[in-house]
Write a protein that binds this ligand. Structure first.
Ligand code: MEV
Length: 448
């Protein structure tokens, strides 16, 4: 190994060929170079390996340079009544209060008509970004003539997708020269049915790029300069404002009454005001939407979808007016409280990790093998439930009460509390507000 060479110094030299080392050698190198107690580091990394070699190999091969697995809990939130049917939603997340809040909101709404979820549309987008120097009307004429060839050249890529009812919906030429000189796009819309469609879309786009260059080169009416189209890049867009799902809850204001909501009219009004603040105030909107993403990301991760793509697309959507704003809305009309959310979600229930990761398969089975549209509904509902839970706490008792109650376990684990200490702590903090320092002081006193 390179690290054993006497003059090797990781601080000022790259390590060439790291990816070619065996997993064991990678771990040895990391342990030796970065840890004061290399054997402990190695033991910890190996402790998180799966005892089933087949499962471990699967995880090793998801990415490059895998040294171990990184756990986050997979929890479930039961009692979600969605479009008249009960479901249990799997959620993979590390934040203490998220699953508890989802389950509580699900139970609350299950006795008030449940959630309604509707997929509004399912269009995905991809673009070929290119430069063209010349007469724009000639480019437009060229595109009109070549358009059918773009479809013909991708026929072998789209055949299977077409059998499933999907494919390329439209190809447009877009003139972007007002933004960057000579900049144009092929702006393409797709229907990808139950797959997220990234590979399908990118394969089509790369073929479009080749077709564009070839056809332009052979187009007699173009000058030599006009023929010389330069494709800058071809890639799907994670901004999918026409792939929208709506989730909603609604009930007469009086029905909002429960143990913690003694004055439902006041609660509903404060709730609507809290949403209005997130609609107009970006500082609040970001945190408000972060709470929604607590629910959304947890289901996205449990079902093997790409949470970075979803996050990027949703936040772009939240900014579509030019100002970052709330994803959810609420109103009171004729004594009825209505609370809803609209989010763009490009999801898949086939392809990608969905058939590879054993826990993703399990999560999808728990959701009764949903179509992509059904998964969009579950995810949006989880986001709305989370937002309801957060706003209910924020506008009544405050967030810390519930949050710290859930976080108590983490504090006790940090302090390595014994079973007896845990009993004492729980008893004490039933009557007192939980805070980190309060728990530390209490345990320190017990230990005196
Ligand atoms: C914490 O993870 C999420 C909240 O801050 C969301 C919100 O403020 O609406 C509680």
């Amino acid at each position: 190994m390179q690290s054993s060479q006497s003059n090797y110094n990781r601080m000022n030299q790259p390590f060439s060929g790291f990816s070619k080392l065996s997993k064991e050698d990678k771990i040895n190198w990391i342990a030796k170079e970065y840890f004061s107690t290399p054997n402990e580091a190695k033991a910890l990394l190996k402790q998180y390996w799966n005892s089933d070699a087949k499962i471990q190999k699967l995880h090793d091969e998801f990415i490059e340079n895998t040294i171990t697995n990184f756990y986050i809990p997979l929890g479930v939130a039961p009692n979600f009544l969605i479009n008249g049917k009960y479901s249990t939603i799997p959620m993979a997340i590390e934040e203490s209060s998220v699953v508890a809040a989802a389950a509580k909101a699900a139970k609350f709404w299950s006795t008030r008509g449940g959630f309604t979820a509707t997929v509004m549309n399912t269009e995905k987008i991809g673009q070929v970004h290119f430069t063209y120097k010349g007469d724009v009307s000639k480019l437009e004429l060229f595109f009109a003539k070549a358009k059918a060839t773009f479809f013909d050249d991708t026929a072998s890529i789209t055949a299977n997708m077409q059998k499933r009812g999907g494919g390329i919906l439209n190809i447009e030429l877009r003139d972007k020269t007002n933004l960057i000189p000579n900049y144009f796009q092929l702006h393409v819309t797709f229907e990808t049915k139950d797959s997220m469609g990234a590979n399908f879309i990118n394969s089509c786009l790369e073929q479009f790029a080749n077709t564009l260059k070839r056809e332009a080169h052979n187009y007699q009416s173009f000058s030599e300069e006009e023929k010389n189209i330069q494709v800058i890049m071809s890639i799907l867009s994670n901004y999918v404002p026409n792939c929208i799902v709506r989730a909603e809850v609604s009930c007469p204001i009086a029905d909002l009454q429960e143990k913690h909501i003694t004055n439902p009219q006041d609660f509903a009004e404060r709730f609507v005001q809290a949403i209005q603040i997130a609609e107009v105030e970006p500082y609040r909107a970001v945190t408000h939407n972060k709470g929604i993403m607590n629910g959304i990301d947890a289901v996205i991760i449990a079902t093997g979808n790409d949470f970075r793509a979803v996050e990027a697309g949703i936040h772009a959507y939240a900014s579509r007016s030019g100002q970052y704003s709330s994803l959810s809305h609420a109103k009171i009309e004729n004594g009825i409280f209505t609370f809803w959310l609209e989010v763009p979600l490009a999801l898949g229930t086939v392809g990608g990790l969905t058939s590879l990761h054993p826990l993703v398969k399990l999560s999808l089975e728990m959701l009764e093998k949903p179509s992509a549209k059904e998964l969009m509904q579950y995810v949006a509902v989880a986001g709305l439930a989370q937002n309801f839970g957060a706003l209910r706490s924020l506008t009544t008792s405050g967030i810390q009460e519930g949050h710290m109650k859930m976080h108590l376990n983490n504090i006790l684990n940090q302090l390595e509390a014994t079973d007896e200490e845990r009993i004492q702590v729980r008893k004490h903090f039933k009557e007192h507000v939980v805070s980190h320092s309060g728990v530390v002081n209490f345990v320190e006193n017990l230990r005196k």
